[in-house]
Design a protein around this ligand. Structure first.
Ligand SMILES: [Zn+2]
Length: 389
């Protein structure tokens, strides 16, 4: 699979790894800058993006205007303040804590703009997370841009393997998506206690205990490996990559569709398609798993495969038993087949607009707009394809 689903991209740019020990860069992040807009246009664009949960767009809409206005705000002082506020809230949503603190700090004791979270609440949350952020840093760059900023506590073969796999994660997702990818923080934990404390401070509840990795708040989180799993016992490069390729895809897509909530089969399907992009072996395995699951127990119905829990349960089973699909339906393999079919049925140039339209449309509406029928019709067409195989 050489060509990008999303059109042209430069897959050949080499990733350069730089080891940074300077703690001063701990909370830094590099926004992607947008084209020129008047301050009022920038505020309008940032406000719209904020409402849609398109956090990267908030940052890239607000930043050029902030840079232009800061030396001499004059009559635009109110606009400048509002841009800082929106950018600070958006930055916290994607775990760019340094930018969030800098933007929101001046508003700690100020009444928030109507409908927005008080700055003091967000600043307090960052303070709670901070003690558990691993202190060592390594950056992985794509040209001049930072692709990943990795935070880890101490180097060991597990941490090294995860960090090295990020280049595969970046390359596979870049080829799949075809657009320049945004800087993503990666937090790798060697202490379960720190992982749990970090997660709880960030999300407000304790993490599930069977995760190999997860994508949340624009970041990839990697807990220590579970005893008895492939990751804990002599993992090879593909074991690390299967985690980071998958979770990076979740990060990216959430950052594209913002507050959109597509069905879980599409969320997990895109991540497994990315895994197949990274590895022909994985691609073959997913196809075999789908054939086998079909033979054992048939297909999950639309109402079943829409649900998060179906996937959580399957991931738990595979983490504990190190098997997939032997016991019955295989939601990941089915999601992979459904999503591949969906991507093939859309025009390549429509895939990014389709994903972006999920910010404001239901999955069914978006699918219909781009010629896939509604969700029910899509499922029926996919079943017909499967039966015809
Ligand atoms: Zn997943």
């Amino acid at each position: 699979m050489e060509s990008s689903l999303f059109g042209a991209c430069s897959a050949s740019r080499r990733l350069v790894v730089t080891l940074l020990l300077a703690v001063t860069s701990l909370w830094a992040a590099t926004p992607v800058l947008a084209q020129d807009k008047s301050p009022q246009e920038a505020l309008l664009a940032a406000t719209t993006a904020f409402r849609q949960g398109a956090w990267d767009d908030v940052v890239s809409d607000a930043t050029p205007a902030i840079e232009d206005l800061t030396p001499a705000p004059g009559s635009n002082a109110g606009t400048l303040a509002r841009l800082h506020y929106l950018r600070g809230l958006a930055a916290e949503q994607i775990s760019w804590f340094g930018m969030a603190q800098a933007d929101l700090g001046p508003f700690a004791n100020v009444e928030p703009p109507p409908g927005l979270t008080p700055a003091a609440v967000v600043l307090a949350r960052i303070e709670r997370v901070k003690p558990f952020v691993p202190t060592q840093i390594e950056e992985i760059r794509d040209g001049n841009a930072v692709a990943f900023r990795v935070y880890y506590d101490q180097m060991n073969p597990f941490v090294r393997g995860m960090i090295d796999s990020l280049r595969t994660a970046y390359d596979a997702n870049h080829r799949l998506m075809g657009f320049d990818l945004m800087e993503t923080p990666v937090f790798i934990f060697t202490s379960s206690q720190n992982f749990s404390s970090f997660y709880t401070a960030l999300i407000g509840r304790a993490p599930a205990s069977t995760l190999a990795g997860l994508a949340t708040n624009g970041a990839i989180l990697i807990p220590p490996p579970l005893a008895g799993t492939r990751l804990a016992e002599n993992p090879d490069a593909s074991a690390f990559a299967s985690v980071t390729v998958h979770e990076f895809n979740h990060c990216l897509l959430r950052r594209v569709w913002g507050r959109g909530r597509p069905p879980q089969w599409f969320v997990e399907g895109m991540a497994t398609v990315a895994e197949a992009y990274a590895s022909d072996q994985e691609d073959q395995l997913l196809k075999r798993r789908f054939v086998r699951a079909q033979a054992v127990n048939g297909l999950l119905l639309p109402d079943q495969i829409r649900q998060d829990q179906v996937f959580t349960r399957a991931a738990d089973v595979s983490a504990q038993m190190n098997v997939n699909g032997d016991q019955g339906p295989d939601p990941y393999a089915q999601a992979y087949d459904m999503t591949s079919y969906l991507l093939n049925s859309l025009k390549p140039d429509d895939i990014l607009p389709f994903l972006t339209s999920l910010r404001t449309k239901s999955f069914s509406e978006a699918l219909q707009q781009y010629g896939g029928g509604n969700e029910e019709q899509f499922y029926a067409a996919w079943v017909a394809k499967v039966r015809g195989q």
